[in-house]
Design a protein around this ligand. Sequence first.
Ligand SMILES: [Zn+2]
Ligand SMILES: [Zn+2]
Length: 363
Amino acid sequence: MSEETFAFCLNCGAHDMPLFHGLCPSCYQESLPENKLSFSKKIMICTTCGALHLPSIGWTRPLTYKEFLLELDTTARALVPTPPTAIVESEQIDEIDLTLSKPEVTVTLIIKDQPLPEFPVLEEKATVKFVIEKGICETCSNIKNRVHNAILQLRADRRRVSEAEEDLAVEIIKSLLKQTVSEAHASYLLDIVEVRGGLDFLFSDRYLANLAAQAIIHKFGGSKKETFKLVGEEKDGTKKYKSTIVVRIPLLRTGDWIILENDPFLVIKHDRLGVIVRKKGVGKAKRFEWNVVKEATPINSQILQIPVQVIAKLDDSFLVMDSRSYETFEISLKDMPFETEVGMNITLGEFEGKRFFYSFESQ
Ligand SMILES: [Zn+2]
Ligand SMILES: [Zn+2]
C-alpha cells in the first residue's frame, strides 16, 4: 500500500483516501486532460501500391490490407492522448470497402485506467473516424513520370553481351530487388532497355544501381566505372546528378577455348576472380586470375575440327585416321582422355599446327 494513503489530497484536502500522485480518485479523474475523444482524421492511401501517408512519417511502403488495418490502429492510438498508466484496447475494425470513392472507417479504442488497485477503474471510449482519401505516393508518381537517376549499362569486353548472360543478369538483379526494395520503397528498377552492346537498366537511384553492379561483377567478374552528369538543381539549390555505371564483363566465357602457355585450354568456369581452365579431357583444372588472362582471346572459331577414327593403340600413342582425307597420324596417349578406345569416332581440334582432343562427338 502506498504511504500516500494517509496523507491529504493535494487538490480537495480529502483524507482516508487512496492517493495517486497526491490526488484522490475523483480529483485524479478531473486532472486528466479533457480529451476530445471522438474525432475524424483524413488519411491518404496510394491507389497504385497501397502505401499510406501517415502524419508522422509520410509515405509508408506498400501495405497489405492486414498491415493497413494495423497501421490505422497504431495511428489512432498515437492520436488519442491517454494517461501513461492506461491500458488501451481496440475494438475490431469493420471491413473497409476501398472501392468507394471516399471510404470511411472508425477505430474504437477502450481506455481503461486504474493507477492504483485502490482506485476505481476509469473507463472511456475514444473513436477516430478515418476518412480515406485516394492519391498517388511519391514513388508511384516517380515511376509514372519515368524518373530514373542512375543507369547501369551492362556491356562486355570487345564483344556483345550474350543472351544467356543477359538473362542471368536480369535474374540476379530481380532477386536483388526482392531483397532490398521491400525495405526501401523509394528504390525501383524502372525499365530494362536492349541496346547494341547489351542491356541498360534504369534505376531510381545510384545506391540501388551500384548494388546491382556489384552483384553482376560478383557473378561474372569484370569492372565498373561510374560517371556523373549534372542534370539540374533542387528547389533548395542542391545540384542534381544523374549517374551512369558501366559494368564491363570479361571477354572470356565458360566454353571458350584460349591459348595459355602455348597450349589450347577450355574455360570450364569463370567468376569474379578469374577463370578455371583445363585441357579438354585430360589434365588437371587450373585457375588463372583475370589479370593473367586479360589479353587472352577466344580461338573458338579458328579451331579446325578434324573427325577421326581411332585405329590402334601403340606404346605411347594412338594411331588415328582422318575420316575425310584418310590420312593417318599419331597422337600422344597423354593428350587423349582415359576413355579413348580403338574404333571410336571422335573429333580432334587443330590450331596453329597443334592437334588436341576436342570432343567425343564425331562430326
Ligand atoms: Zn481530491
Ligand atoms: Zn504508391
